[in-house]
Design a protein around this ligand. Structure first.
Ligand SMILES: [Zn+2]
Length: 570
């Protein structure tokens, strides 16, 4: 491919909307462009990489025995009503009507469609096990799409679904898929871990997430420095030995404290000159069954998954300011757990029972309350572990020190069991001629997200640095002086030779300065460069530069140069 004939709209400056290094690089190097919030065009370079990544996934899926198909992106809402998930997905499910007034949605996932398909087309145990997969679009109407392809509304995923006659079969299918995932991510050179996870909207019995550690990952993984146990922040437990920082928390017995305009725990603790762990903070949440108040120590965060579990609710989000004002009788920032208006359930973290000197909001503007004791000053409805683990907490297994690492979730695999087959009444005839529900598993990989993660984790100071297997082009032939007839003739010859070798090569034939051309090639991340300039002609020496490590190799003739290229690609 000639650079001048290709379409690489690169940018000189970092785009303002991007925070992540990889997001900036995707835009700057001309891999992708945003059309609208969370909706992207894959530009030709990005698409070439995406296709190569898809091929790696496809090869491993195929050799694990999965069969590829393609299901509709536009789905009848009826099917989602049947499974009950039109409600579970809430506003993330984008719904619309066709011209006949029938309800449709854009697929956020495909369990319903694949289960319906197998229900109508697989009759007997003899046709099982069966694993179907696709690499296809999904759409989730994210509230805050961000970080480029990492959290987009429209995105490309590989999703696979296994159908077995019983649990043992499902376990075997799950194992096969897990192994395929190990192969895929090892081939990409990523450092990953499987972490036991919450099933979320997909549901089922057991699930694991495939995580890649990265400073900017949105997921938090708790790692024990002593026993080496890994868990997701929602699953992690810690032992609390908090007995209350008693002396500093005790206030003079006039219980109400004047805290003008001081709302956050940080502000109030600074103003009153007491430690943050003297505070019990109260947050009001809205759920499908009314409002609840969650209470944790001031220097901690509420874990919403744990709070959901403790309160037995499915949906949970922070209440609107106006609701908080109605419930507490005070502006936001002064909430306390007592005398709340309405039927508000109070859920406290178990640590809250360990002190009787809490400072809380007074449910009154510009005031906090000191010496608040659970059981005396307010009655908790539920006491549970609802706090997020923090770095430095003690491991619940071994009391070792816990550390928090950021990670990016690239895959999620589930043992679904009979969840969907039962709801959608998908059955087959077993050996005895009796009807049984399919036992299912499902397995996802965020393909676009994986591509961006490779850029995030592997890029260097000059630009993108994808592995050879997913780089849009493997070799760049760069003619340093495109106006010189000898240089152009030699460049074209090398370009032709390498193309004939079946290698993806880009020939930078643009009439630009050598500096700009070399910079651009580094930015778009081509692993190997063959540079042709005046010296190449004069000295008859051929230069190959390996991007990774910026290693320069010089050859006396083209034969040895080509031999080396073949060697590097092996
Ligand atoms: Zn431990």
């Amino acid at each position: 491919m000639k650079y001048s004939a290709f379409f690489i709209p690169s940018l000189k400056e970092d785009p303002r909307e991007a925070v992540l290094k990889s997001h900036k690089l995707l835009l700057r190097a001309g891999y992708a462009r945003q059309l609208s919030g969370g909706i992207y065009t894959y530009l030709p370079l990005g698409l070439r990489s995406l296709k190569k990544l898809e091929d790696i996934i496809r090869q491993e899926m195929d050799s694990a025995g999965a069969v590829e198909l393609s299901m509709p992106f536009v789905q009848p809402l009826e099917l989602w009503k049947e499974s009950g998930r039109d409600e579970d997905y809430g506003k993330e499910l984008l719904r619309f009507k066709d011209r006949q007034g029938r309800d449709f949605c854009l697929a956020p996932t495909y369990e319903e469609v694949v289960t319906d398909l197998v229900k109508k087309n697989v009759r007997s145990y003899k046709e099982l096990p069966l694993t179907l997969y696709q690499i296809h679009l999904k759409f989730r109407d994210e509230m805050r799409p961000r970080f480029g392809l990492m959290r987009a509304k429209e995105f490309i995923m590989k999703d696979a679904y296994s159908f077995d006659i019983d649990e043992d079969g499902m376990d075997a299918s799950y194992k096969k898929m897990r192994k395929a995932y190990e192969n895929i991510f090892s081939r990409l050179g990523l450092d990953f871990k499987f972490i036991k996870a919450q099933a979320g909207e997909i549901g089922g019995k057991y699930s694991e997430e495939l995580m890649v550690f990265s400073e900017y990952g949105e997921d938090k993984i708790v790692v024990c420095e002593n026993c080496g146990n890994y868990s997701s922040i929602d699953e992690a437990d810690s032992i609390s030995d908090y007995k209350g920082a008693l002396e500093s928390c005790r206030q003079p017995l006039m219980t109400k404290l004047f805290t003008p305009g001081k709302k956050s725990v940080e502000e109030v603790s600074e103003y009153l000159k007491v430690d943050k762990d003297c505070f019990a903070k109260t947050l009001i949440y809205e759920t499908e069954s009314g409002f609840i108040a969650g209470v944790v120590r001031g220097d901690r965060e509420i874990n919403e998954h744990k709070l959901k579990k403790a309160a037995g609710v499915k949906n949970l989000f922070l209440a609107k300011d106006s609701d908080v004002e109605n419930i507490t009788g005070a502006p936001c920032g002064f909430a306390g757990p007592f005398r709340l208006k309405g039927h508000i359930r109070v859920v406290i973290d178990e640590e809250i029972n360990n002190s009787e000197y809490w400072i809380t909001g007074a449910n009154e503007k510009d005031a906090h309350m000191a010496n608040v004791k659970p059981g005396r000053d307010f009655m908790p409805d539920i006491t549970a572990n609802i706090r997020s683990v923090q770095a430095g907490d003690k491991c619940a297994r071994c009391s070792g020190r816990l550390e928090i690492k950021n990670a990016i979730e690239l895959g999620h695999i589930f043992k679904l069991g009979e969840k969907y087959s039962e709801i959608l009444n998908a059955r087959f005839l077993d050996e005895k001629g009796e009807y049984r529900f399919f036992v299912m598993g499902c397995y996802g990989i965020g393909v676009g997200r994986t591509l961006q993660t490779l850029i995030e984790v592997l890029s260097d100071e000059t630009g993108i640095n994808l592995p050879v297997s997913v780089s849009p082009f493997v070799i760049a032939v760069v003619s340093l002086n495109a106006g010189d007839a000898d240089i152009t003739a030699l460049s074209e010859k090398i370009y032709g030779d390498i193309t004939a070798m079946g290698i993806d090569v880009i020939y930078d034939d643009r009439k630009l300065s050598a500096g700009i051309k070399l910079k651009d090639i580094d930015l778009i991340g081509i692993p190997f460069k063959i540079v042709i300039g005046n010296r190449t002609i004069k000295d008859e020496k051929y230069e190959l530069i390996i991007k990774s490590g910026n290693i320069k190799e010089v050859f006396d003739d083209l034969e040895s140069l080509y031999k080396r290229v073949k060697e590097l690609l092996r």
